[in-house]
Structures are given as structure tokens and as C-alpha cells.
Design a protein around this ligand. Structure first.
Ligand SMILES: Nc1ncnc2c1ncn2[C@@H]1O[C@H](COP(=O)(O)OS(=O)(=O)O)[C@@H](OP(=O)(O)O)[C@H]1O
Ligand SMILES: Nc1ncnc2c1ncn2[C@@H]1O[C@H](COP(=O)(O)OP(=O)(O)O)[C@@H](O)[C@H]1O
Length: 285
């Protein structure tokens, strides 16, 4: 775990938390030598590996996606039942995560920002995305407020629906990470077990939890949407931190907090996270 609040690690020329990094062109130049199509010389289309396991075995009730042997000892793909989905088969493609990471020159991962409303999650997510984008790294933000405009519009703020909100975002974030993208998820995610379940979806090191450890009084004083005021007046029920719980993380990779009552700037906070990514090899393939 590292704690933040250190001097700025990155020059921040604009008041809009722009971490610079130079180019805004948005084009990635991919050297020909990066092409992993075996045997492909001049042709762009290398030989495509045949999909393994087009035959399937009927072993219902199992949840692993490995190969099994049929009655004559031939390897076949396994039918699975996952939740309410019966008779499903995992399809593999010869273009894998490692190939996408090589293309993007980065490691796909999930940066999970948790904290109270008003703690600065969305602001950090945006500053971080800008900082990484400026370095030629591909990011995508899954912000709680935004995702609730679409995918999760059917969910309320009751405990069960919050858990489903986090589960869905965790699964989507996992897909982004598999795509090789640095996925930044910023949600209150108040329950420890829900956050830990998202961590468990990913491989070791692919889930980086960032705890916005801001005191409630700071968040409430900010109150940019006026929601704390409404919650105090009893006009919003079950508001996190007021009459609904927030379980702080116990072992976050990164904790961002005030130092001597002073909050680091969003730019500095993003710098702390980017340093973590650099030091731990996420910004290379
Ligand atoms: N009851 C209640 N409690 C907390 N927050 C509330 C509530 N009702 C609405 N909002 C607004 O919803 C935003 C949080 O959505 P999340 O999806 O991040 O919440 S959660 O993870 O499911 O708890 C949150 O956004 P942020 O302020 O960005 O955190 C609020 O704007
Ligand atoms: N590091 C910071 N220092 C000072 N104010 C901040 C900082 N980060 C965010 N803010 C301000 O706090 C308020 C809440 O930030 P926001 O990112 O919307 O929080 P959240 O997404 O956690 O609800 C906003 O008005 C924002 O400008």
C-alpha cells in the first residue's frame, strides 16, 4: 500500500488538471515487428489458428472451461452451466490479451476508486485518464453516476441493488482489462465484500484499489450536488455516510488522504497513481 499527498510528481500546466505528456494526436504507431502473425511476411493476413475444440462434451453442472476427454479419449470442449445459463461453451480466440497488450504497450488492469460521495472519485478518474492519455495509454472510465444512466438504470440504492451495480461494473471492467485497456472504475462501492468480489474476478495484480480516504465533513462541506443537504433534511433516504453504511477498505493498494488538513490537488493524486503504475510495470507490455 502507498499513501499519497506527496509533492507533485507531474507538471500540471493547466488548471483543468491536464497532466500534459505532449501529443493529443491519439494515433498509435505500431511497428511492423510487433505483428505476431506467425509466417506472415508481406501479407497483412497471417494464418489464423483454428479454433480449438469445436466439438463439445455434455458435462452439465460444471463451471470450469477446460477441455475434457470423450468416450474415445479425444479432447473436446466442456459444456457448462453458470448461474441460469445452461449448455454454454467458452470460445477461445487466437488473438489474446497478451497480443492486445503488446499492441497497446500497456497492461490491461482495473483501477477501482472507492469512497464517499464528494470524496473526489470522478475528479481523480478524469485527471488520471487525462494523464495516461497524454502518455499514449488507453483508458476508459466506468463512473457510477454515468453507468446508472444506462446499463444500471434499473438499480436503486438499496444494499442488494448496490451489490448488483458493483457486480455488473466489475464484470464490465474485467472485459476492458481483458481488452488491454486501463479501466478506471469510480463508484462509492460501499461494501467491502462487493469490492473484494470484483478483485476476485481478476488475476493477481490486475485490480488496483484506490481509497479516497476523505473525512465525511470534507465531503459534506463540498456537497457539489446538494445531496448531503437533502439527506440531512431527510429528503433522500439511505444516503451513504448519513444513514447508509460505508465500509472503508482494509488493504487498498493506494490510499489518498489529507495531510495536515490539506488535500492534494487532483493532479498530484493522479500523479501518485501513475507513479504506482509506472513502478509496477503497468505502462509497458
Ligand atoms: N442514496 C444515495 N447514496 C449515495 N449516492 C447516491 C444516493 N442517491 C443518489 N446518489 C448519487 O449516486 C452516485 C453514486 O452512485 P454509485 O453507483 O457510485 O453508488 S454505489 O456504488 O452503488 O453505492 C453518487 O455520486 P458521487 O457523488 O459521484 O459518488 C450520487 O450522486
Ligand atoms: N483533490 C481535490 N481537492 C479539492 N477539491 C476536490 C478535489 N477533488 C475533487 N474536488 C471537488 O470535490 C467535489 C466532489 O468531487 P467529485 O469528483 O465529484 O467526487 P465524487 O465523484 O467522489 O462524488 C467537486 O466539487 C470537486 O471539484
Amino acid at each position: 500500500m502507498i499513501a499519497a499527498g506527496y509533492p507533485p510528481l507531474i507538471r500540471c500546466p493547466s488548471p483543468e488538471f491536464d497532466l500534459g505528456g505532449g501529443s493529443k494526436s491519439g494515433f498509435l504507431k505500431i511497428p511492423a515487428s510487433n505483428c505476431r502473425c506467425k509466417g506472415a511476411r508481406s501479407s497483412f493476413f497471417g494464418p489464423v489458428k483454428a479454433m480449438e475444440g469445436s466439438k463439445v462434451s455434455y458435462v452439465n453442472g460444471k463451471t470450469d472451461k477446460g477441455l475434457v476427454e470423450d468416450s474415445i479419449g479425444k479432447s473436446v470442449r466442456q459444456m457448462s452451466t453458470i448461474g441460469n445459463s445452461t449448455n454454454i461453451v467458452w470460445h477461445k480466440c487466437s488473438v489474446e490479451k497478451i497480443d492486445r497488450q503488446e499492441l497497446l504497450q500497456q497492461k490491461g488492469c482495473v483501477i477501482w476508486i472507492t469512497g464517499l460521495s464528494g470524496s473526489g472519485k470522478s475528479t481523480l478518474a478524469c485527471a488520471l485518464s487525462r494523464g495516461l492519455h497524454g502518455r499514449g495509454k488507453l483508458t476508459y472510465i466506468l463512473d457510477g453516476d454515468n453507468v446508472r444512466h444506462g446499463l444500471n438504470r434499473d438499480l436503486s440504492f438499496g444494499a442488494e441493488d448496490r451489490a448488483e451495480n458493483i457486480r455488473r461494473v466489475g464484470e464490465v471492467a474485467k472485459l476492458f482489462a481483458d481488452a488491454g485497456v486501463i479501466c478506471i472504475a469510480s463508484l462509492i462501492s460501499p461494501y467491502r465484500k462487493d469490492r473484494d468480489a470484483c478483485r476476485a474476478l481478476l488475476s493477481e495484480g490486475e485490480f488496483i484499489e484506490v481509497f479516497m480516504d476523505m473525512p465525511l465533513r470534507v465531503c459534506e462541506a463540498r456537497d457539489p450536488k446538494g445531496l448531503y443537504k437533502l439527506a440531512r433534511e431527510g429528503k433522500i433516504k439511505g444516503f451513504t455516510g448519513i444513514d447508509d453504511p460505508y465500509e472503508p477498505p482494509l488493504n487498498s493498494e493506494i490510499v489518498l488522504q489529507q495531510k495536515g488538513g490539506v488535500c492534494a490537488s487532483p493532479c498530484d493524486m493522479a500523479g501518485t497513481v501513475i507513479s504506482y503504475l509506472e513502478d509496477n510495470g503497468y505502462l509497458i507490455a
